[in-house]
Ligand binder design. Structure first.
Ligand code: KMH
Ligand code: ZN
Length: 276
């Protein structure tokens, strides 16, 4: 089994300091959270930008500040920018961080309800446009799938040559409006993707650690972080992103699964480049 690649989703766009004071907003808070998460074992950082007051933004210059500050402290780490941003943002707005030529970005593979009146829109043409932009700039992508239909659409676009190998799936499960995050759900998704594709699980809320356990046991990879889950355990807020990463490291140690360094993660995720 490959070593375990741990991604830390530092802040997301939706959670707030009111819910957990450890959610990073400022450039310095992002850099500190990143450094701690990497020290704990994260090889990949999934980055959303926030303004100092917490508002989510896809502004290129704000991303530049955050990525530069993180790189200064974690020069080896794989930085994965979000092209999902927050619900309601336009395609152009969301694409801005790609202009910074990040090593990696998310490619969201379908539309879903996102709680209340929110809809996270990713039309087929959006997905094709994002994939083309990433391909043109040589940005590696991870296929964010919140539902089985998103996996099917990614595979269909792959067969048409519009989404390219290597296929790296991220199953984000447990969003209010997406697929739930039971073991049977991830098993179904895993059985639906090609043998040579990799997958990572991101369980939202209470699904975070049970899904991490599944992935550790079954050759998948794991995403944790305050974007997805604010709690270390039921009723106990996580003190930091690093604490969530550390919990996964300990779970992996109990299963005898080693943790990938960023360099090892690049090999495991076949980060050499996209090809048909
Ligand atoms: N904030 C969500 C609406 C991504 O990063 O690509 C979308 C999201 C996915 O978080
Ligand atoms: Zn995200």
């Amino acid at each position: 089994m490959d070593k375990l690649v741990i991604t830390c989703a530092l802040s997301g766009a939706e959670v707030s300091k009111q819910q957990n004071p450890a959610v990073p907003y400022t450039v310095m808070e992002m850099a500190t959270a990143a450094q701690e998460a990497v020290a704990a074992g994260a090889a990949v950082l999934h980055v959303h930008a926030r303004y100092d007051d917490g508002r989510p933004t896809q502004d290129r210059e704000r991303y530049r500040q955050i990525l530069d500050a993180i790189r200064e402290r974690c020069p080896e780490t794989i930085l994965q920018v979000s092209t999902g941003g927050a619900t309601g943002m336009s395609r152009e707005e969301r694409m801005q961080p790609l202009q910074l030529d990040p090593e990696m970005a998310t490619l969201d593979c379908g539309t879903l309800n996102f709680g209340g009146d929110e809809i996270f829109v990713n039309t087929e043409n959006d997905i094709i446009a994002f994939a083309a932009a990433m391909h043109d700039r040589g940005v590696q992508y991870e296929l964010e799938c919140f539902d089985k239909g998103h996996v099917d659409l990614a595979l269909r676009l792959h067969r048409k040559g519009l989404v390219q190998a290597p296929l790296r799936f991220s199953f984000v499960l447990g969003v209010n409006g997406g697929m739930s995050g039971e073991r049977r759900d991830v098993q179904f998704l895993r059985d639906s993707i090609p043998e040579d594709a990799s997958y990572s699980v991101a369980g939202v809320g209470r699904f975070e650690f049970p899904l991490a356990q599944y992935a550790i046991e079954n050759g998948g990879h794991v995403r944790v972080g305050l974007e997805d889950n604010l709690y270390l355990e039921r009723g106990v807020l996580a003190a930091s992103n690093a604490q969530l990463v550390d919990k996964v490291v300990q779970m992996a140690a109990r299963q005898g699964r080693a943790i990938a360094t960023p360099e090892e993660a690049r090999r495991i995720l076949r980060m050499g480049g996209h090809s048909q």
